[in-house]
Ligand binder design. Structure first.
Ligand SMILES: [Zn+2]
Length: 271
């Protein structure tokens, strides 16, 4: 029987040019932005953040280690005009594409309602997220329903989906920080066919998409069964984001304020 794992691991890739190892010096070397290393973390049911909220419902946020050794939460800048996204439906039968595209768009609407970030659909794409090409993505987030052989991201045969982020870091005399610059979601076409269409409690396609969008926003796994960010989708999975997931999204989104990205750091907003 097919496993209902929404994803067994999450890839975080320090970026923007993952795998290319560039360093760019700006303003007489005062500001350095760029890639440090390709980092792959395998987190299965990761720890619940110490910054828990609510009654027994928690969340866990992806963290970025800065040059000083300090860690900060990896966030999109919610004050950028929009986080753009495109959808690749190449792995899905033609007759099913419109429905899946609409489910992805509905899921982004639900995510936006929870985190206050504006996500803007900019069309379809043939781009397939890989560990080394995220900086060249045609939108800030690409959701690709493609077979697991199309990407080197570790979507094994039994998984329903996979999601993650990449980010840029900076450090100067004025300070240091990090901002998420790209996100990605891989949806298993066979997994999409095996889940219940639409949104709602349990093993629904909407829940799988929302779980992976959670990763593309910076949420990590938690062990609570009542959380959408539990690594396994089951009949007890809530209808969309649960209270803990929503508390985490508030820490990532608009209500947590802007990410003060220095002007010297070129973070390309697409679209
Ligand atoms: Zn997951």
């Amino acid at each position: 029987m097919r496993s209902n794992r929404a994803c067994a691991e999450r890839t975080t890739i320090s970026s923007p040019a993952a795998g290319r190892g560039w360093r760019r010096t700006v303003r007489s070397g005062a500001v350095v932005a760029g890639l440090i290393a390709l980092i792959t973390t395998a987190t299965v049911g990761g720890p619940i953040s110490s910054a828990q909220a609510g009654t027994g419902s928690g969340y866990s946020l992806a963290k970025v280690k800065l040059a000083s050794g300090r860690s900060v939460v990896a966030r999109w800048n919610p004050c950028q005009p929009a986080v753009t996204y495109r959808v690749n439906l190449a792995g899905v039968p033609r007759a099913k594409r419109a429905a899946l595209r609409q489910e992805v768009r509905t899921a982004f609407g639900k995510l936006s309602a929870a985190d206050g970030i504006t996500y803007r659909y900019t069309g379809t794409t043939s781009f397939v997220p890989r560990s080394t090409n995220l900086a060249e993505a045609p939108a800030e987030i690409v959701v690709a329903a493609v077979g697991n052989k199309a990407t080197d991201l570790d979507l094994t045969a039994n998984m329903l989906g996979y999601g993650g982020i990449s980010w840029s870091t900076w450090s100067s005399r004025a300070g240091e920080g990090a901002v998420v610059t790209r996100g990605f979601v891989i949806l298993s076409p066979s997994g999409m066919a095996s889940t219940k269409a639409g949104f709602g409690r349990g093993v629904t396609r909407g829940n799988v998409i929302l779980h992976e969008l959670g990763h593309a926003t910076g949420l990590e796994h938690v062990s609570a069964r009542s959380a959408l960010m539990n690594p396994t989708v089951t009949s007890s999975t809530p209808n969309g984001f649960g209270p803990g997931d929503r508390a985490g999204l508030k820490k990532l989104g608009r209500s947590a304020g802007c990410v003060p990205v220095p002007a010297a750091i070129r973070v390309a907003d697409l679209g």
